[in-house]
Design a protein around this ligand. Structure first.
Ligand code: NAD
Ligand code: UD1
Length: 336
């Protein structure tokens, strides 16, 4: 298929582009570069031997989207483009609603105009809100996300559900990611947030490379085995593969689906630090601080629906996630 990847030069989009190309699809990347760099296209070419087309554009620019969908004869869209910083979304809600919601509506209108009716959407476990019980399954009711970023994910899922009701030929697969981490094993693409990272893994990686002094452990008094927060970390390469499988599913099934992508296993903050110490071969200093506002104690998913509908199952564990993340951090530090 010829696939448009909005947000295609970002962390998850770039790994998915590699997977798509390796599976024989054509990938066209569409990104406004607000949180990624064009050099990613070179890295994808180095890894796969094929250079994907890149269009610098914004998902709120309907005319450019229509032009791109037509020029590349696009069959399906994987929609990664969006802003994702939780704290920033609390400070600038209108920016998030404009970029994520208005941008998605513009994209859907452009797709309608061009007769493209297959979409894979980057959703998040945040749509479940505070879990009532674990593991999380897709038939559980969605909850109340605690911030505007999370609400954009839930609203977009609902918009897609309405669209599928109105246009029965439309296929929308909402992939609810758990905690994507790790990097491609080449070390050429990975996650490189600007400034001080909010998320655990990039923070730990920077402590390992000496850019930050110690890991801040946000709370050790949660009702979890070691008292620190538990999450279902998923290797970004496994996640990327899930998109290729979702595309095959959307090709054969119209309608709306939500599917968890996780391993089904939770790891605590201290377990992640220990796994990273093994990967980098040194002790990593940490300090226990207060809980971070808005954090939940634990979440992990039941990944059975992904296996049943997509034939997808995570292959990598926390050891590979940490070693690939460490390789990317080292190569990146040397390159700078
Ligand atoms: P990322 O920031 O690396 O990638 C997103 C890309 O979208 C960036 O390259 C950015 O430049 C682009 N973009 C943003 N707004 C745009 C716009 N208006 N027009 C065109 N391009 C635009 O983030 P990621 O981690 O790769 O996440 C991809 C998607 O997955 C996002 O929608 C995110 O909310 C979702 N998601 C991510 C996680 C995670 O932990 N990384 C978890 C759940 C869901
Ligand atoms: C966060 C977002 C979530 C978003 C996801 C991916 C919040 C409240 N949630 O999820 O909406 O979809 O990122 O972008 O921000 N931790 C530390 N020290 C750190 C960082 C994190 O101890 O420096 C702990 C956290 O308390 C948590 C775990 O590590 O227990 C994972 O945190 P993080 O990587 O930020 O992901 P989430 O909070 O699960």
């Amino acid at each position: 298929m010829k696939v448009l990847l909005t947000g295609g030069t970002g962390f998850i989009g770039s790994h998915t582009a590699v997977c798509l190309i390796e599976s024989g699809h054509t990938a066209v990347l569409y990104d406004n570069l607000s949180n990624s760099k064009p050099e990613v296209v070179d890295a994808i070419e180095t890894i796969t031997g094929a250079r994907p087309a890149f269009v610098e554009g914004d998902i709120r620019d309907g005319a450019k989207l229509v032009e791109t969908l037509k020029a590349y004869e696009i069959d399906a869209v994987i929609h990664f483009a969006g802003l994702k910083a939780v704290g920033e979304s609390v400070e600038k809600p209108l920016l998030y609603y404009d970029n994520n919601i208005a941008g998605t509506v513009t994209l859907l209108q452009a797709m309608k105009e061009c007769g493209v009716n297959k979409l894979i959407f980057s959703s998040s476990s945040t749509v479940y809100g505070t879990p009532v019980s674990l593991p999380l399954t897709e038939d559980m009711p969605t909850g109340t996300p605690t911030n505007p970023y999370g609400r954009t994910k839930l609203m977009i899922e609902e918009i897609l559900r309405d669209l599928c009701e109105a246009q029965p030929e439309f296929a929308a697969v909402c992939l609810r990611y758990f905690n994507p981490i790790g990097a491609h094993d080449s070390g050429l693409i990975g996650e490189d947030p600007n400034g001080i990272p909010n998320n655990l893994l990039p923070y730990v990686a920077r402590v390992a490379s000496g850019k930050l002094e110690y890991v801040r452990v946000f709370g050790d008094d949660y009702p979890t085995p070691d008292g620190t927060g538990v999450r279902d970390y998923i290797h970004v390469v496994d996640l990327a593969r899930g998109h290729v499988d979702a595309l095959t599913y959307a090709e054969n099934h119209a309608g709306w689906e939500a599917i968890n992508l996780g391993t089904g296993r939770g790891s605590s903050v201290l377990e992640v630090i220990a796994a990273f110490e093994k990967a980098c071969g040194k002790k990593l200093p940490y300090k226990v601080l207060q809980r971070r506002a808005g954090d939940i104690a634990a979440n992990w998913c039941c990944p059975d629906k992904a296996e049943k509908l997509l034939g997808w199952k995570a292959q990598y564990g926390i050891a590979e996630m940490c070693s690939s993340s460490w390789k990317f951090e080292r190569m990146h530090t040397q390159a700078k």
